[in-house]
Design a protein around this ligand. Structure first.
Ligand code: 9G3
Length: 573
């Protein structure tokens, strides 16, 4: 491609409103342009990389036996009524009416469409297991689109759906997708972790993993062990039961006036006392039963874990009035001692180690001290109820937990029968009995992966494309196109390199060499070849963008030099 004809408008200066490297560089190098908030056009340079990422995805998905198809972006609302999800997402679900006033949604995902398709077209166990996927544009009306294509309102997703006869087969489908994702992100040159994740609103039994690209701009926090491959989303990162029961003290419980001391911080300050000695109590309603969950003052309770421990989807915090009515005090003064029979008490493992603790007295402006958990209140169950903190032991007791920020580029779910039952997708088993199909769903944010690659591959001069996804293999420059020998050499190399199968971006514009070098660094193609002063001797300067290494090479050695250089790059990726 001749650069003077190539549509890639570059920006010299930092664009306004772009706060992270990938957003800045995608605008400056001419990969995207914003059409509206959270809505982008991909210009040729960006589209070429998207194509390369999609190609890698297709190769790995097809290798795993998945079949590519394409579903509509416009979906009848009736399907979302059938699945019961039409009102679950509020304004984020974009909707429209057709000319006959029939209601449709713009697809944010395709569980409903694919399940209704399979319901009508597949009914024998002989056709299972099956995995259908598409690469398609999704619509989600994000409240706050930001960070360029990382959180946009229209984005490209690869979404796959697996269909199995039983749990064992679903587990195999899930594992093959997990492996395919690992291959895909490795080939894209990404440093990623597959973390255990909470199934969240999509429900469905069993596993779900998020594929996280490590990056400071990531919105999610990963908790990982420094000496095992344990990694989990902070929301569900687990803790081992590694506390020993403290001995009961001699001192009896005493009340302590604490006028207006409402929070743990204030209490630690007022007494004074270390937060490890304080007991924090929060009243929940779980399936509408009151449960008082207690944790140490230096820890934070995790509602998702409380819900998981009771295996209940309906967990809610008690209202102030309910707290007052049940425990007789304001939230800052409630505690587990002497609670009414109907209130069940649960405690985080770490409460075991508390000796002579302090907790609310269930009386305003009053706390109790010398409290001993095993003596003074009856704990129905100990459990893992708190958020993990850096330095905590990993749940497999191998090493300690550290935090990292991550960009979620992939998410794999075991759905079970959530959608097949809601939409009536069943199959006849070998005995002719109708059984609901077990499903899994698997997403990759393709446009988000593009941005994540840039986040992990750039420097102060611009982009640095991993060889596997680069928009071109080589950047060929003629430094002074008025010089006959440089111009001739450039033209002949442009021809021969393309004949050798390289994708070449050829810059023989009437620009100063400095401008060409700056643009080459900004575009970040893996290898730059410059025809300069030594063109007459058949010598070019070859620079590898990633390492910055430069070499003068005679054109008779150029093709062997390039193939070894690019092969090394592919190996390193
Ligand atoms: C919606 C809206 C936003 C959504 C969803 C539905 C996220 C929704 C979860 C998934 C799960 C998987 C298949 C590919 C992989 C991810 N945001 N999710 O269901 F209506 Cl507005 O999309 N779907």
């Amino acid at each position: 491609m001749r650069q003077q004809l190539f549509f890639s408008p570059t920006l010299r200066d930092m664009p306004q409103g772009a706060d992270i490297p990938s957003h800045q560089l995608m605008l400056r190098a001419g990969l995207i342009r914003q059409t509206a908030s959270g809505i982008y056009s991909y210009l040729p340079l960006g589209r070429r990389v998207l194509n390369n990422v999609e190609q890698i995805i297709r190769e790995e998905m097809d290798k795993a036996g998945a079949q590519e198809m394409l579903m509509p972006a416009i979906q009848p609302s009736e399907l979302w009524e059938e699945s019961g999800r039409l009102d679950d997402y509020g304004p984020e679900l974009m909707r429209l009416n057709d000319r006959n006033e029939r209601e449709f949604v713009l697809g944010p995902t395709h569980e409903e469409v694919i399940t209704s398709l399979v319901r009508d077209e597949l009914n024998s166990y002989k056709k299972l297991p099956m995995n259908l996927y598409q690469i398609q544009t999704k619509y989600r009306d994000e409240r706050r689109p930001r960070f360029g294509v990382l959180r946009s309102r229209e984005f490209i997703m690869k979404d796959a759906y697996s269909f199995d006869a039983d749990e064992e087969s679903l587990a195999e489908s899930y594992d093959s997708m997990y492996q395919a994702y690992s291959n895909i992100f490795k080939r894209c040159g990404l440093d990623f972790r597959a973390v255990q994740a909470d199934a969240g609103a999509i429900g469905g039994k069993g596993g779900t993993h998020e594929f996280m690209v490590l990056s400071d701009v990531g919105e999610d926090t990963i908790a990982y062990s420094d000496s095992s491959d344990y990694a989990a989303n902070l929301e569900i990162a687990a803790l081992p039961d590694h506390f020993t029961k403290a001995e009961a003290p001699e001192e009896k419980i005493e009340t302590r006036p604490t006028p207006g001391v409402k929070t743990i911080e204030e209490l630690a300050e007022y007494l004074p006392e270390k937060k490890e000695r304080l007991l924090k109590s929060i009243l929940f309603f779980i399936d509408e039963k009151p449960v008082l969950v207690v944790c140490r003052g230096d820890h934070e309770l995790n509602e998702i874990k409380v819900g998981h421990a009771y295996d209940s989807p309906s967990v809610r915090l008690a209202e102030e009035a309910e707290i007052k009515e049940l425990l007789g005090a304001d939230p800052g003064f409630i505690g587990p001692v002497g609670v009414p029979e109907e209130v069940e008490v649960a405690a985080d493992y770490a409460v075991k180690s508390v000796r002579s603790g302090i907790c609310g007295a269930n009386k305003n402006d009053t706390h109790l001290q010398n409290v001993h958990p095993h003596r003074d209140f009856n704990i129905k169950q100990y459990g893992d109820f708190r958020f993990v903190q850096e330095g905590d032991p990993a749940p497999d007791k191998k090493g300690t937990i550290h935090f990292a920020k991550g960009i979620e580029v992939g998410h794999v779910f075991k759905l079970g029968t959530k959608y097949s039952e809601a939409l009536g997708a069943s199959y006849l088993d070998e005995n002719g009995r109708a059984r609901p199909i077990l499903m899994g769903c698997y997403g990759i944010g393709v446009s988000r992966t593009l941005a994540a690659i840039i986040e992990q591959h750039h420097d102060e001069d611009g982009l640095i494309w991993p060889a596997g996804v680069a928009p071109f293999d080589l950047h060929l420059l003629v430094l002074n196109s008025k010089q006959e020998d440089q111009y001739e050499l450039g033209e002949s190399l442009y021809k021969t390199l393309q004949e050798e199968g390289y994708n070449v971006l050829y810059d023989n514009r009437k620009e100063r060499a400095g401008v060409k070098f700056k643009d080459a660094d900004l575009f970040g193609l893996p290898v730059r070849i410059a025809c300069g002063k030594k063109a007459a001797d058949g010598i070019v300067e070859v620079k590898e963008r990633r390492s910055g290494e430069m070499e003068e090479v005679h054109i008779r050695d150029l093709s062997t030099y390039l193939s070894s250089l690019l092969k090394q790059q592919k190996l390193r990726a």
